[in-house]
Design a protein around this ligand. Structure first.
Ligand code: IVH
Length: 708
C-alpha cells in the first residue's frame, strides 16, 4: 500500500482525493477478486483500506461518497456465490462455419431420424446472442433461483442479482408449476459505451467488450452493483419443467413471450436449409444495427418430439447448432515469435504483435500453430499462403473468430524488410534444454523432457486446476506459477495441492503473509482444495492432462469403467495394440486407438504412474452414478443391433438404448445380453444363436422401450 499521512493530518482536499482513491481501489479489488482468478489485494491490505476509508469518513462525514465502500453489503471478498446443481444440464452448441454446412446439418438430422429428403422438417433460426447464459427457476409462478451456466452441471447462484434485471419477470401468470427459463444476459452497445465512459471518468475499470461487461456485472457479490448496471435478458430455451410449454420450439418461444419474457424478434420458422441460410444472411446484414452483439445464428429443430428423439451428444444437442459469423481481420506488425511449451510438451510458436483492434478487441498475441505453418506448408507438405513464410518484422494479417485464439492468416511480402531472416524453429526445449523432436506424421515438435521439464509440469498443473477439471477456487494459473516456484511450500505435481495444508502444519504459518495471501484467504484456499477431494471419475480422467484425452474422452471412459478401481486395473493390464483389456478399451464407441494408446502408455510410464498414484491416494473418486434407469428393462445390459432397422435409425436406437442405461456393442460375444436383429441379419444372429443369446426383432425392441 502507498505510505499515507495520518488521518488527523489530512486537509479537506486530501481527504476527498483519498476517499476517491480508496473507492476506486476497493472497487477494483472486489472486481478482481470476483471475476478474475487472482485478488489484487491481500486480505490484510483490503481490510486496511476499508478501515482507513471509514476513519476518513468519520472525520469528514460530509465528504462520504454516495457509493462509499463502507455501505457496500456483501462486498467483502471472503464470500463467494453459492453453488447450484442444474436439474437439467446447461449445454453448449456445436458450430458450423460454412454455408454448405447448413444443408449438411439438415442431412445429419434427417439421417438420424430416418427422414427422406422430401419429408417436411422445420427449424427455427434466431440470432446467437453474445452474452452469458442464465437459468431462471420459477416455482408456483415465482422466481426462486437464478444460476449461471458454470460448467454446465453446477453454476453460481446469482438470484439476488437476477432480481435486479428489468427484463426478468419476478412472477409469472399461468406458467407451469415448475419452469426453468433459460436465456442470455447481455448489454446493449449504447449501455456498454455509457458504462465504460462513466468508469473511465471515475477511474473505474473499463471493459473490453459488452459480453465481459455483462459477465462482470452479473457476477457481483453486491446486487446493488448489478442493479446499477443496465443488463438485459433474452429467453430462448428452458430446463426443468412440470408441464410442456408447447409442441414446437417456435410455440414454446411464443409462450415464453406471452409469459412476459423478452424473446428475440428475429426468430423465424424455416422450412428448408435454403430458408435458414437466407435468414442467416439477413441477420448478418442487420448485425451492425441491432444494437447488441451477436456472433452467429442458432438453428433448432422445431418439433419438440423430434428434439427429444435426437437427444444429445456428450456436451451438445443433436437438434441444434450454431452457424457462426465469419472471422474478423486486421493487419499489424509481427514483433517477435516466442515459443511456449504446453502440457504435452508441444512447442507452440506464439506471435507477439503490435497491438491492433480486431472486431472491437485489442489483440497483441496470436497463434502461429507449428513450424510448418510458419514456413508456409500444411501438415501434408502442401503450400499454404502460396508458400509464403512468416518472418519477424513482417506485416501480417490477424484473424479472429469469436472466442477462438486469434491466428496469423497471411503476410504481405511487399512490406518485408530486405534483411528479414527466415525464422529458425528451435530444436531444443527453450524451458529445459531437452531435445525437441518431431515424430513421424506429427506436425508438432515436442520437448522430450517429460516430468523434468518445468514448463510441462506447470502447464499440466494449470490444466489440472482449470474449469472442466478440478476447478479449485482461488487456485488459478497465477497461483500455480507462484506455488510452483515457491521454496517453502512448492506444488510440483497435482498430489502436492492436496498435501498443501498438511505441509503447512495446519497452522497457516507458511502460507499466510505470502504474496496475496492473508489468514482468511489461506484458510479459504485450504477449504476450497478440501472440497475438491471428492471428484467425479470423468473429471479426474480429464484433469490428468493425458494427451488426446479431452472432456469427451474422460466421459466416455468413465461411463464405461464406472469406477477408478476398474479403470486403473484395466489400464494396468492393457498392452498397446493387443489383448482383451486393449480390445475392450478400443471397443468403446468414440475411443480410437490413438487415445487408447496414449492412455495405456501413460499408465505404463513409471514416473507418471507414481505421480497419478500419489494423487489418487489423496482423493475420493466418485463412481459414475448410473442414470435413474429403474423401470428400464435394458439397464446395465449389453445390446447388439444387427440387420436393417426400419422404424428407427441405428444411431437413434443406440442413443435410446444408452439413455436407458444399456451398453451398445458392435459385435456379439459371451457378454452380449440381447441381440436386436432386423431383416438381413447374418453372422451376428448366427453367433447369438450358438451362444444362446436372446434375440428379438425391431418391433419387439420398440415394444420393449415403449413409454420409457
Ligand atoms: S440454445 C441446448 N439459443 O450460446 C442448447 N443458445 O454456444 C441451448 N446462446 O450456452 C442453447 N444465443 O449461452 C441458444 N439463441 C440462442 C442463443 C444461445 C446465445 C449461447 C448460450 C449457449 C451458447 C452455446
Amino acid at each position: 500500500m502507498v505510505e499515507s499521512k495520518a488521518v488527523v493530518d489530512l486537509t479537506r482536499d486530501e481527504a476527498r482525493a483519498e476517499l476517491d482513491r480508496l473507492a476506486r481501489l476497493l472497487g477494483e479489488a472486489n472486481l478482481a477478486y470476483h471475476t478474475d482468478d487472482a485478488p489484487v489485494l491481500s486480505d490484510a491490505d483490503y481490510d486496511a483500506a476499508k478501515r482507513r476509508n471509514a476513519e476518513i469518513e468519520s472525520r469528514f462525514p460530509d465528504l462520504k461518497r454516495a457509493d462509499s465502500p463502507s455501505d457496500q453489503v456483501g462486498a467483502a471478498p471472503s464470500e463467494g456465490f453459492g453453488k447450484v446443481r442444474h436439474v437439467v444440464r446447461m449445454l453448449s452448441l456445436g458450430n458450423l462455419f460454412e454455408d454448405d454446412e447448413v444443408a449438411e446439418f439438415d442431412a445429419r438430422v434427417r439421417k438420424f431420424l430416418n427422414l427422406g429428403a422430401q419429408d417436411p422438417l422445420a427449424y427455427t433460426s434466431e440470432p446467437k446472442i453474445d452474452g452469458l447464459s442464465l437459468s431462471l427457476r420459477y416455482e408456483g409462478g415465482k422466481l426462486v433461483q437464478a444460476a449461471t451456466r458454470g460448467d454446465g452441471e453446477v453454476g453460481e447462484n446469482v438470484t439476488a442479482n437476477a432480481l435486479t434485471i428489468k427484463d426478468i419477470p419476478q412472477t409469472l401468470q399461468g406458467a407451469p408449476d415448475v419452469l426453468e427459463v433459460r436465456g442470455e444476459v447481455y448489454m446493449s452497445h449504447a449501455d456498454f459505451a455509457a458504462l465504460n465512459e462513466r468508469h473511465a471518468q471515475t477511474g473505474g475499470k473499463t471493459f473490453a467488450n459488452p459480453r465481459n461487461a455483462a459477465a462482470g456485472s452479473l457476477r457481483q457479490l453486491d446486487p446493488k452493483i448489478t442493479e446499477a448496471r443496465p443488463l438485459r435478458f433474452f429467453a430462448y430455451a428452458w430446463g426443468d419443467l412440470s408441464a410442456p410449454l408447447a409442441e414446437t420450439q417456435f410455440g414454446a418461444i411464443e409462450r415464453l413471450k406471452a409469459l412476459g419474457f423478452q424473446t428475440n424478434p428475429l426468430t423465424k420458422l424455416c422450412e428448408t436449409p435454403q430458408e435458414m441460410l437466407a435468414h442467416y444472411k439477413s441477420i448478418e446484414a442487420q448485425r451492425a444495427t441491432l444494437g447488441y452483439d451477436i456472433d452467429g445464428v442458432v438453428y433448432k429443430v422445431n418439433a419438440l418430439s423430434l428434439q427429444q428423439r435426437l437427444g444429445f451428444r456428450s456436451t451438445t444437442p443433436r437438434w441444434a447448432t450454431a452457424h457462426k459469423f465469419p472471422a474478423e481481420l486486421a493487419w499489424t506488425t509481427l514483433e517477435a515469435i516466442d515459443i511456449q511449451v504446453g502440457r504435452t510438451g508441444a512447442l507452440s510458436p506464439v506471435a507477439r504483435l503490435k497491438p491492433v483492434t480486431v472486431g472491437g478487441v485489442v489483440v497483441s498475441n496470436a497463434t502461429l500453430h507449428n513450424e510448418d505453418y510458419i514456413e508456409g506448408r500444411d501438415s501434408k507438405g502442401e503450400p499454404i499462403r502460396e508458400g509464403r513464410d512468416i518472418r519477424v518484422g513482417d506485416w501480417v494479417q490477424v484473424y479472429r473468430a469469436g472466442d477462438v485464439i486469434p491466428k496469423i492468416a497471411d503476410v504481405d511480402l511487399g512490406k518485408r524488410a530486405p534483411n528479414a531472416e527466415p525464422y529458425v524453429f528451435p530444436k531444443t526445449c527453450p524451458e529445459c534444454g531437452s531435445d525437441a523432436v518431431r515424430e513421424e506424421g506429427d506436425a508438432v515438435r515436442r520437448c522430450t523432457g517429460g516430468m523434468i521439464c518445468p514448463a510441462q509440469a506447470i502447464e499440466k498443473l494449470k490444466h489440472f486446476v482449470s474449469r472442466g477439471a478440478f476447478d479449485i477456487e482461488g487456485l488459478g494459473a497465477k497461483q500455480i506459477e507462484m506455488f510452483f516456484h515457491d521454496e517453502v511450500l512448492p506444488i510440483k505435481e497435482p498430489a502436492d495441492i492436496f498435501t498443501l495444508a498438511e505441509r503447512d502444519a495446519g497452522n497457516l504459518a507458511k502460507l499466510k503473509n505470502r504474496d496475496g495471501f492473508g489468514e482468511k484467504s489461506a484458510k479459504k484456499l485450504f477449504e476450497a482444495i478440501d472440497s475438491k477431494r471428492k471428484i467425479p471419475l470423468a473429471r479426474l480422467l480429464f484433469a490428468l492432462g493425458i494427451r488426446h484425452l479431452g472432456e469427451n474422452g474422460g466421459a466416455l471412459l468413465a461411463n464405461h469403467y464406472l469406477s477408478w478401481a476398474a479403470f486403473e486395473s484395466a489400464m494396468t493390464s492393457a498392452e498397446v495394440g493387443s489383448g482383451p483389456a486393449w480390445e475392450e478399451l478400443v471397443s468403446i464407441d468414440g475411443v480410437g486407438s490413438v487415445l487408447a494408446a496414449s492412455v495405456v502408455t501413460t499408465f505404463h510410464q513409471a514416473a507418471e504412474r507414481a505421480s497419478i498414484d500419489r494423487l489418487v491416494a489423496q482423493l475420493d473418486v466418485e463412481d459414475v452414478e448410473l442414470r435413474d434407469t429403474s423401470g428400464s428393462p435394458v439397464a446395465g445390459k449389453t445390446l447388439v443391433f444387427t440387420g436393417t432397422l426400419e422404424k428407427m435409425t441405428r444411431a437413434e436406437a443406440k442413443s435410446r438404448a444408452e439413455a436407458l442405461g444399456a451398453k451398445v456393442a458392435g459385435s456379439v460375444s459371451a457378454k452380449t445380453d440381447l441381440l436386436i436383429a432386423g431383416p438381413g441379419a447374418g453372422s451376428k444372429a448366427k453367433k447369438a444363436e450358438e451362444l444362446g443369446i436372446e434375440t428379438i426383432d425391431e418391433d419387439a425392441w420398440i415394444a420393449l422401450i415403449a413409454g420409457l
